[in-house]
Write a protein of this length. Structure first.
Length: 265
């Protein structure tokens, strides 16, 4: 890692950098939570695992948003410029932005850029318990109604999302899995054909409280956790395909109870 004018460049191997501006470097590096050792006025940084780099980038951007460096309602710098400022690859930055969009921090507007979510859409006063309790009510009833509606084409589409999530697990694509997870649950909500429930479901998914299980913590990114989540998804899909409304309802509740264990709600 090298610093230039307050910016830094992060490599994926063990790196040594000279100490110049202790305070500014610490301020930028702390969001990454990277351990380091000072030896003879030089900083020795251990290897950073590439598959977790997007998490560190996302956490840094969150800090910059909270510090009002990127105020709500404003656009982030263009991708190339932001990647250069953070000293990371554009590919890793894109992964981080996907996670941030899933968890409601930003909105990616195709062709326009990335805008920081407006404060009025945030739910800083909502607790994990409140969000999960409401999701248990909304998601379970959506699954029941979707099973009763028995729309084969819609169920096929939902099952396709399930298979894509399975592939994401095989590819060790954690952020991709959670992006599809959001798509999966919203598809079930839409299949309920109840606009009120669908709007409530969308609102719940826009809350930043979702970030603990958007791949930004160690447990939610564990392969066994992902496999369990998708096994539960399959049970819900199977129940809907069999028009078994009660099993779809119960399967959704069991799924949310497991999610509760993951996020500690």
């Amino acid at each position: 890692m090298e610093t230039t004018g307050g910016c830094f460049s992060l490599s994926l191997s063990c790196t040594v950098i000279n100490y110049h501006d202790h305070q500014r470097q610490d301020g930028m590096l702390n969001p990454f939570k990277i351990p380091w050792i000072w030896i003879g006025g030089r900083m020795v940084i251990p290897e950073v695992r590439q598959e977790r780099l997007y998490q560190k980038i996302a956490n840094l951007i969150i800090k910059l948003i909270n510090d009002n460096i990127f105020p709500p309602g404003t656009f982030l710098p263009p991708e190339r410029e932001l990647a250069k400022q953070l000293g990371v690859s554009r590919a890793s930055l894109r992964e981080a932005l996907i996670v941030l969009e899933i968890s409601g921090w930003i909105v990616i507007q195709s062709g326009n850029g990335v805008i920081v979510s407006d404060k009025k859409h945030l739910a800083s006063d909502y607790t994990i318990e409140e969000i999960l309790s409401t999701r248990e009510l909304v998601d379970s009833h959506c699954a029941r109604l979707a099973a009763q509606n028995d729309n084969v084409d819609v169920i096929n589409q939902i099952e396709t999302i399930y298979h894509r999530m399975d592939q994401a697990i095989n590819d060790n694509n954690v952020h991709g899995f959670y992006s599809l997870d959001k798509e999966f649950h919203l598809a079930i909500s839409e299949a309920s054909r109840n606009r009120v429930l669908f709007d409530m479901s969308r609102m719940l998914w826009e809350q930043r409280i979702n970030i603990p299980y958007a791949g930004l913590d160690e447990q939610s990114g564990d392969r066994n956790v992902l496999l369990n989540l998708n096994k539960q998804h399959k049970a819900i899909v199977d129940a809907m395909r069999q028009s078994d409304a009660d099993s779809a309802y119960e399967g959704s509740l069991e799924h949310l109870l497991y999610v509760r264990k993951i996020v500690g709600g």
